[in-house]
Design a protein around this ligand. Sequence first.
Ligand code: S3P
Length: 168
Amino acid sequence: MIKKNIILVGFMGSGKTSVGAKLADMLKMEFYDTDVLIEEQTRMSIPEIFKLHGEEYFRQKEKQVAEILSMKKGCVISTGGGFVLQPHNMMHLKNSGTIVWLKASLESIFQRLKSYDSRPKLYQKELIDIYALYNERNELYLRYADICIETDGKTIDQVTEEIYKIII
Ligand code: S3P
């Protein structure tokens, strides 16, 4: 039985939610997704939160969720792509477990992402801005990750299996 949490970080479309759910299933651990927790708590979708209350409000909710999740043990936690923006979040979760970065090229992210309108940070944005965001974020994932998994060209099952083998 694994006592530590396993925390998945990475850019939007890197597969955190699908891999997290699968990994939790394999390891018989509880699964949490920070975006889902925020949506449940606010009873709003992520685009609605951004539209009605703005990004700052959403980041405050992420902070609250980080504090709650850091008290859990033996869970798989998938985080939103911007979760790493607040050092507070990462400090809390790093103390609670292992941070796994699902690394993906921008090309594969574009291929994987089906809906942009559900992601306010990408919706109606210029390619150059998405590229800048991607580079900024990658620096943060690199800073905090204990383990980095390359996901390009791999299925959800293959990525999950890879993490499983390292963790077990
Ligand atoms: C965000 C990523 C999204 C979600 C919100 C903001 C970001 O999560 O938290 O739209 O700032 O990168 P996913 O990475 O699950 O798409």
